[in-house]
Design a protein around this ligand. Structure first.
Ligand code: TYM
Length: 336
């Protein structure tokens, strides 16, 4: 796109169903920023292969996520919305980036340590899929292919964006390329939405307990019940504190869905009890899901057509940036 706007890029992995945490941590900000930036958003279906996944499940997840992003307000007349695997450049870029990293650098990534630990404890084996280790290089490649300035993500992805920043410096020094150094865009409120059943853990679409998360395609009445049953604490007083993760989480969800300052939310609930807080949050969440799901019924029929157009647009810029790096590295026939 030839204009003076900066570029925004973000992705959602199709390992599971989209959660309210994905909405609050990233999607809401993408929607808010898409007018200001050349915006590229994709379903990270290649990232979804880093852990075993049934083909049918993957097929369903990726389509649902595409439609949900549109239902949440990602507007395909403003945003290039596509499937990562539709743009072949992601695979080759990943290899190029991989050759610029060390095993030490990748194995120090917190998410790699957490996920590989989980794999070990679930199957008792020492076998860790290679894809888990290479996950960040694929992500660095995603960002470089669109030469993005800003990356809206939750706090859990910050380290991967920092790795991207280091690799950009490395490439620009070594190969005299001019890739931009991306900035993470992390919301001040809602950067880490917590599990409803274990509020010291983050809410995650791969959590095996479905009660821990609100999925955007949950039955709204079931979602209501999940909030009513959310684990809190026994103090009985409502205020913001890291010592009270369950209450802080409910206040955060309320504040974000109402578009209200979190301190205002805190003072509104100051003299109320936990039951009243849960009831108000549960109703907000229920109504939010009813609204999204009504839109989803329409957008799910638009995925095939929209994703083809998205991929076509994405390929153009991805190819330009891939070619730039290939030339820098020496993988070209034309003289410089
Ligand atoms: P993923 O699919 O795990 O999550 C999608 C987005 O949701 C955010 N998020 C959260 N935010 C707040 N609270 C939480 N509990 C929470 N859980 C998840 C994530 O931070 C993310 O922004 N690797 C990425 C996808 C990706 C990507 C990229 C993102 C692939 N390539 C390039 C940005 C740029 C991921 O797995 O996100």
């Amino acid at each position: 796109m030839l204009n003076n706007k900066k570029t925004l890029l973000s992705g959602i992995t199709s390992t599971g169903k989209v959660t309210l945490a994905n909405y609050i941590g990233a999607i809401k900000n993408i929607v808010a920023l898409q007018n200001e930036y050349n915006t590229y958003v994709f379903i990270a279906d290649l990232h979804a292969l880093t852990l075993p996944i049934e083909p049918k499940v993957l097929e369903e997840n990726r389509k649902n996520i595409y439609a949900l992003l549109m239902a949440c307000g990602v507007d395909t007349t403003k945003t290039t919305l596509f499937f990562q695997s539709d743009v072949m450049e992601h695979g080759l870029m990943n290899w190029l980036i991989l050759t610029q990293t060390t095993i030490g650098e990748l194995s120090r990534m917190t998410q790699f340590k957490d996920k590989s630990q989980k794999v070990r404890s679930s199957n008792g084996m020492e076998t860790i899929p290679t894809g888990l280790l290479m996950y960040p290089t694929l992500m660095v490649g995603d960002i470089l292919l669109y030469n993005a300035d800003i990356i809206p993500v939750g706090i859990d992805q910050k380290q991967h964006v920092e790795l991207t920043r280091n690799i950009v410096q490395r490439l620009n020094n070594k190969y005299k390329t001019d890739f931009k150094t991306p900035e993470p865009f992390i919301p001040k409120v809602g950067a880490k939405i917590m599990s409803l059943t274990e509020p010291t853990k983050k809410m995650s679409k791969s959590d095996i307990n479905p009660k821990s998360s609100i999925y955007l395609l949950d039955d709204p009445n079931e979602a209501y019940k999940k909030i009513i049953k959310a684990v809190t604490d026994s103090e009985g007083k409502i205020y913001l504190s890291d010592e009270k993760p369950g209450i802080k989480n409910l206040l955060t969800i309320h504040s974000v869905l109402k578009n209200e300052d979190i301190l205002k939310t805190e003072s509104y609930f100051k003299n109320k009890n936990y039951g009243e807080l849960k009831e108000e949050v549960a109703i907000l969440v229920k109504n939010f899901l009813i609204d999204i799901q009504a839109k989803y019924k329409i957008t799910i029929n638009q995925v095939d057509q929209e994703s083809k157009m998205g991929a076509q647009k994405a390929r153009i810029i991805a190819n330009q940036n891939l070619t730039k790096l290939m030339k820098g590295i020496g993988l070209n026939n034309e003289s410089k």
